[in-house]
Design a protein around this ligand. Sequence first.
Ligand SMILES: [Ca+2]
Ligand SMILES: [Ca+2]
Ligand SMILES: [Ca+2]
Ligand SMILES: [Ca+2]
Length: 446
Amino acid sequence: MLGDSFVVSIRGRAYLGRLSPRAAILALPIVCFVGCSKQVNPPLIQDDAGIDAGIDAGVDAGLDAGPTCVIAGQVYVSRALNPSDQSKCCNPATNSTGWTALFSEGGSFPLGLSASDAVARDLDGDGIVDVAICNNDYNGATPGVRFYQGLPDGSFADAVVSPSTHKCAQMTSGALTADGGIDLILAYNDVSEVGVLFNQGAGSFGGELDFDTNGTVGSVAVGDLNGDGWLDVAFGQFNGGVGVLFNQAAGDGKLGGLLSLSASFSQGLLVRVGDFNGDGLLDVGATGVSSTAGLALFLADGGGTFQAATFSSAIASPYQLASGPLAGGATDDLALSAGDAGVYVIGQNLGGLDTASGYATGIVDGQVLIADVDGDGNLDIVEGAGSSLAILFGKGDDTFWPAVQISPGNTNIQVFELADLNGDGAIDIALIPATGSWTALINGCP
Ligand SMILES: [Ca+2]
Ligand SMILES: [Ca+2]
Ligand SMILES: [Ca+2]
Ligand SMILES: [Ca+2]
């Protein structure tokens, strides 16, 4: 709530005050973004067996089994990040005596149409991650989805095009029907509908069914929101409304039973699904434009019913939202981007919904995703926008190291996805501009 005490942690320092959250946030660029000295972090995975044997013996037992780099007399296991430049890692396969770039370009693939959103996962069931990109038809071509089949050598086949009848603002995926194939769920921005393109095998999506949402939709997310075992669809409307379309559980993927949730936003931004209170029931979270509180959580009561919105004013102007168990366990924490070049974490260990820890990323209003980028078992946060990516490596307790900047080149990021694109077990990045070609940024630290 406005006026409550407010903790902000920037580059490892906590700031506590009784300012209004908005004032505190607005102060951040002055307090920190200009005046912070560069902080050098210890490597996240470092084999210290030869240095202080006996300490962290349990950790070392696992790490010692892996290949190592010897750099300046120091022994590092694979994936250890450079102490002074965490955009580089120890990868014995490519460099046993120096540091290897954490990410490097692995290939680029033509988009054909203007891209609006993407999904990166194994969509055709061959065990290899694929990429599907939807478009918004702003160039006047037929809207639809382009499917890029992942190939065993880490490259991608030419696109298979599946048309849709409307323009896609955002897209997600999930198995809505009894056949178990991963279907694509599209937020249409030119009609008041969510569209489903059903998986027809071999990278083809069709049998489109559109479902009324009572307002144009900018965001979609899937999850079993009534506990019947079938995936449902939560959506956010441009006008600020939030709603759920429930899977009708007949096996044919039809949605219905429209439930409207009141978020009191003047404009909707993003909707996501997660278990934000750890009770085993999936909840709905949404960001929007509001003069008071731009984050609303709708906690599930079970059976497809939700409590009235719980609002958080900890972040003045949240934009994108990602959720995941940043501190482990069953509770999904929240990571949000904002307009002040920072990412904010609202976590189970941080003091509740009205407390946010902020980290400078240098990126304004970026997309935010969560994955374990360096494979240390702790979830990390990635923010991307424009030509910049920032990674916040997690410590496993809702706190993060200062952001590591990755400059992927001359790409103007429309959307990015995190997935193992080349099958080596490390998280890669599909970097997708609005036009031109999308790029596979390959993690060099498997
Ligand atoms: Ca595949
Ligand atoms: Ca369901
Ligand atoms: Ca819950
Ligand atoms: Ca990690």
